[in-house]
Write a protein that binds this ligand. Structure first.
Ligand SMILES: Cc1ncc(COP(=O)(O)O)c(C=O)c1O
Length: 455
């Protein structure tokens, strides 16, 4: 007998369906006949309609079949081996850190919550058609705002037509790797450099060459020796060393890449966050040969949580995009795109950049002062982004440092973990810490820094 509870919120047909399914899996034999609809309905005092719906559901899932004029029969299933899995729902515990030096966090309070909420409400009340897909390249109005911003603030040479909105760096690079495959199969990247870039290109089957970075950016002579036609660089704030590539070298690189019909992928990920000088104009703005793909993100100056990035494709690459991927829908939701459009259009983004820059400048300066007091510590990179890079002036066990910090709830990040190189250093991220926390955080870190020397 099945248990059918007529006062339950679960519809009767569904209760019956579940009971029957259990029975079919455990007791029934293949080709065995099920009771008729009428019989079950009268047995449980339920409507024939409910029994019919339960049978239909079992039929569509393949457990039973209807044979004309004969009734319902159990299908030939490997049902003896079929044991539905019941996964124990446990909530994985996330370790809480007292201090987390993650190099790409921003403080929650820097985000313009109130403004974003107001604009978002307006967007969903008035301007969003939730019945439509987002446009392939991203909303035109957002692309127009980004083009204006890039022209004004990054000295880039951009039209909205050439912009593709993405949901961040990985999305941008996945697309670029697909687009460029027909052009060349050889990708070069900085060493040390952003690990995600070379990972993506090797996943797409490219040959990957690593080219050393010297005091003014990627070594062009060594790049030439690789013969790679696609090169990924971070010229305005080299990841992770913070180097700025000077204008002569930018022009030399563009000249060289143009001469081999190659492509430069310029990752301009955090140029808004410079603390000693004005942001450095983009390399894309110097290019007259359609040899630069510009990659940008809103993760640093606005929020890494909203997941919006973009890229600017030169016409010849845009053509490839239009041939192959124009029918793709943009991965960023329409409401986020529209809210961001209004945010930039009404001037909030520029104000936001100033706010994020000023706050992080204070944190940077504060952290720098604290780090200068640390024994046997050398500053490798400063003055930009969301991290200061430090290294020890004598041989040092960085792994031990990480272990000791971990034990005390301090999360630190070694440079080699995310840079493809074995350069020993620590990336001291400050963006996610509050100004007030920095002295305590560095005191806690400093104790462990010294303990390693004593071991
Ligand atoms: C070198 C580099 N490029 C790009 C990004 C931006 O990534 P996303 O747009 O996925 O947040 C980051 C983020 O930390 C980065 O470090």
């Amino acid at each position: 007998m099945y248990i059918i509870n007529k006062s339950s919120k679960i519809p009767i047909y569904q209760q019956l369906y579940l009971e029957l399914k259990k029975d079919i899996i455990t007791d029934y034999k293949p080709n065995q006949k099920l009771p008729s609809i009428r019989k079950l309905a009268s047995l449980y005092n339920i409507s024939k309609n409910s029994v019919q719906k339960a049978y239909m559901q079992l039929e569509i899932e393949g457990f039973i079949e209807a044979r004309e004029k004969l009734g319902y029969f159990v299908n030939e299933l490997n049902y003896k081996e079929f044991k539905p899995k019941t996964t124990q729902q446990t909530t994985p515990k996330q370790k809480e850190y007292k201090f987390d030096f993650f190099p790409a966090h921003l403080e929650n309070k820097t985000f313009a919550h109130k403004i974003w909420k107001r604009l978002y409400n307006k967007v969903i009340n008035e301007h969003t058609n939730f019945g439509h897909y987002p446009q392939g390249q991203g909303e035109l109005a957002l692309r127009v705002e980004i083009a204006k911003y890039l022209q004004k603030s990054r000295g880039a040479n951009v039209s909205a037509e050439n912009i593709i909105i993405t949901h961040g760096f990985v999305d941008s690079l996945n697309l670029v790797a697909k687009l460029l495959k027909s052009h060349s199969n050889h990708f070069a990247t900085e060493l040390p450099g952003y690990h995600i870039a070379h990972k993506i290109f090797s996943e797409f089957g490219y040959k990957v060459s690593f080219v050393e970075v010297n005091h003014d950016g990627i070594d062009i002579q060594k790049l030439k020796e690789t013969k790679a036609k696609i090169v990924y660089i971070t010229p305005s704030h080299q990841y992770p060393l913070g180097i700025n590539m000077p204008i002569q070298k930018r022009l030399e690189l563009i000249d060289y890449i143009s001469s081999i019909d190659g492509i430069i992928l310029e990752d301009d990920y955090d140029s808004e966050l410079r603390y000693d000088t004005q942001p450095i104009p983009s390399l894309q703005g110097l290019d007259t040969n359609q040899s630069v793909i510009y990659l940008g993100t809103f993760a640093k100056a606005l929020s890494p949580a909203i997941r919006v990035g973009f890229m600017v494709l030169p016409d010849r690459v845009l053509k490839l995009y239009k041939n192959h991927y124009d029918s793709h829908f943009c991965h960023v939701s329409i409401d986020t795109q529209k809210t961001l459009t209004a945010f930039i259009k009404e001037g909030h983004f520029e104000r936001q950049i100033r706010k994020v820059r000023n706050l992080n400048r204070k944190k940077h300066d504060h952290l720098l002062e604290e780090l200068k007091q640390l024994s046997k510590c050398k500053i490798v990179a400063k003055n930009g982004g969301l991290a200061i890079i430090i290294t020890a002036t004598i041989p040092y066990d960085y792994q031990k440092l990480q272990e000791l910090c971990e034990e005390e709830g301090i999360k630190i990040y070694l440079l080699k973990e995310r840079s493809g190189s074995d350069f020993e250093a620590v990336r001291m991220g400050f963006g996610g810490l509050s100004l007030g926390e920095i002295p305590q955080a560095i005191e806690a870190f400093g104790k462990n820094w010294l303990r390693v020397f004593e071991q």
